[in-house]
Design a protein around this ligand. Structure first.
Ligand SMILES: [Zn+2]
Length: 266
């Protein structure tokens, strides 16, 4: 077994063996959405995203997962990373830094890992994975696996964080779509945000796990619907995270590029 199976961050233990390596194919199959007409990103309306601008959009999973925040940055144009014209390539750098800061500003987030794999969907999409504060065991490359292993974070907390990230991004332009969870005044017991306050809901935990999306599997985005919490927090909400103030001056504001329509690939 390779050395990484003995790293503290490796999520598994016990007897394991490496799978046999399949023979290489002569011609690789097309990725999902190679044609813009069949592309999920191109055919998904803005209201399925948490924030949108003229050339960029940010979306979440359709429900919370194990990490405090998992977001995807997409360009509007049907392009992959290597196809970006200079305008979008430059903006990608700015958007990456901006979104990293926004996610890192959330309570309980230590670091944000940025990933682009590109084997699933053809349309450029960058993953932003928040590593919970204090969880040193989750450091590094196995974070995406831990996202499927950790208990799902409470939905109200997740929705509140989505709204905070969207509002942060909107400080620099674009439009925030995600809104904070609606307060249900007629049933105050359902909006308990305390990680330990929902223990009476354990019967719904298994169901919540069944609903866990196939994280990092190029999920089709869905419109985010307000729902009550179904799962108490068990592991991912430390109380001592430091939080930088959302200072606009830390970022030089909006890009001043002229509005240019990037060329499509087809
Ligand atoms: Zn597309």
């Amino acid at each position: 077994m390779p050395d990484f199976t003995r790293w503290p961050s490796f999520p598994f233990e016990g007897d394991m063996r490496v799978k046999p390596l399949a023979a290489p194919v002569e011609v690789e199959p097309p990725r999902s959405g190679e044609d813009a007409a069949d592309c999920v990103a191109c055919n998904t309306p803005d209201d399925a995203y948490i924030w949108v601008s003229e050339r960029w959009r940010v979306r979440a999973m359709d429900r919370p997962t194990g990490l405090p925040m998992v977001l995807i940055l997409e360009c509007r144009s049907h392009l992959d990373l290597g196809d970006l014209p200079n305008l979008l390539a430059a903006e990608l750098g700015v958007m990456t830094v901006r979104l990293e800061r926004a996610i890192r500003s959330l309570d309980g987030v230590a670091r944000v890992h940025v990933n682009r794999w590109g084997d699933g969907s053809a349309h450029l999409h960058l993953w932003f994975l928040a590593r919970p504060y204090g969880r040193l065991q989750l450091r590094g490359t196995f974070l995406s696996l831990w996202d499927d292993i950790l208990p799902v974070i409470p939905e109200p907390q997740w929705r509140e964080n989505l709204a905070l990230v969207a509002a942060w991004l909107a400080e620099f332009g674009g439009q925030a779509i995600a809104e904070p969870p609606h307060i249900q005044w007629e049933a105050p017991s359902t909006i308990a945000y305390s990680p330990t306050a929902n223990s009476s809901q354990s019967a719904s935990e298994d169901r919540a796990d069944d609903l866990r999306p196939a994280t990092l599997g190029d999920i089709q985005p869905e419109a985010i619907k307000p729902e009550p919490a179904t799962k108490p927090d068990a592991a991912t909400k430390p109380e001592t995270a430091t939080k930088p103030s959302p200072s606009i001056t830390a970022d030089n504001g909006n890009l001043n590029y002229p509005a240019v329509q990037p060329q499509a690939t087809t």
